[in-house]
Design a protein around this ligand. Structure first.
Ligand SMILES: C[S@@+](CC[C@H](N)C(=O)[O-])C[C@H]1O[C@@H](n2cnc3c(N)ncnc32)[C@H](O)[C@@H]1O
Length: 270
């Protein structure tokens, strides 16, 4: 298995490095509509903070709160699109890690991220981040590009290790409500697979099909408590295949969150 993980990581790094030489190329790898995704990163960062505040029983509005003591880690940070949004909110420490040195180079050159530590990973770890040093570890547009289940599990373990005892993980996946295992296209994987993909970034993804939701839960449950699965319905057509779309069936965003130790029951019984 280790050899497969290493081969897959090598394939991923090679592809991201090769396609991200300039900032414009790197942004296009993040998303074809990068400017719009950069704009909405602010709303996502607020949502994550609201969710974290709620889990801790804090009544403050994240828009008004002093966030200078909060420490967040962006997994698969790319050029730092979402990190910029957290930094602009006054979050005290906004760090990132990524498998691609080319991506990290663009993040390092960004003056808005001058105070950030940026770590190169080996593909199934969180780079050199210190254990127990973050309050929130989040990831966007990354884990769904990893069709190797064991790699995702190792990443979840690494994020748990990076978090403080009451820290929260918050990761984005893509859920395909209209797909069944049989409808997953060639080169893409079901959640249960360990695919040593030679492609990445939408060319070889993991498709979360409804039958696999229990497996998603099982994997996150290995390292976290109080698991929440939150679907953002994009109201696309989930059932009619469009052969010209990046994803032939429409998807919804699926956010999975949990904490290093149970917090929610105590909130309601206090
Ligand atoms: C589509 S980009 C998204 C970047 C950023 N998260 C965002 O939302 O703007 C995917 C990023 O994940 C990184 N990545 C992919 N697989 C990874 C892995 N196994 N470990 C760490 N980073 C990875 C890529 O290098 C790339 O920067």
């Amino acid at each position: 298995m280790d050899d497969k993980l290493a081969r897959y990581a090598h394939n991923q790094r090679t592809q991201y490095d090769a396609t991200s030489a300039t900032l414009e190329q790197a942004q296009a790898q993040v998303a074809p509509d990068y400017a719009e995704l950069r704009r909405i990163a602010d709303g996502y960062s607020r949502f994550i903070l609201q969710h974290y505040f709620q889990r801790r029983g804090w009544k403050a509005d994240p828009d008004q709160a002093d966030l200078s003591r909060l420490r967040v880690l962006d997994f698969g940070c790319g050029v730092g699109r979402v990190m910029e949004a957290f930094a602009a909110r006054g979050v005290g420490q906004v760090d990132g890690c990524d498998i691609s040195e080319a991506m990290l180079g663009h993040a390092r050159a960004n003056p808005a991220l001058a105070a950030s530590r940026l770590h190169l990973t080996q593909g199934d770890d969180a780079g050199g981040v210190a254990a127990g040093s973050y309050d929130i570890a989040y990831s966007f547009l990354c884990l769904h590009h990893i069709p190797m289940r064991q790699t995702r599990i190792n990443i979840l373990r690494a994020l748990a290790n990076a978090l403080a005892p009451e820290g929260m993980v918050f990761v984005e996946l893509k859920l395909f409500p209209g797909a069944t295992p049989a409808k997953i296209p060639a080169r893409h994987a079901h959640w249960s697979e360990n695919m040593v993909a030679t492609h990445t970034n939408s060319a070889s993804d993991v498709w979360v099909t409804p039958d696999a939701l229990g497996m998603v839960y099982e994997d996150v449950r290995l390292f976290f408590f109080d698991i929440a699965m939150i679907e953002f319905d994009l109201a696309t057509n989930h059932y009619d295949p469009d052969p010209h779309a990046i994803y032939s069936l429409g998807f919804n965003e699926l956010f999975v969150a949990g904490t290093r130790r149970p917090l929610l029951k105590a909130l309601v019984t206090a």
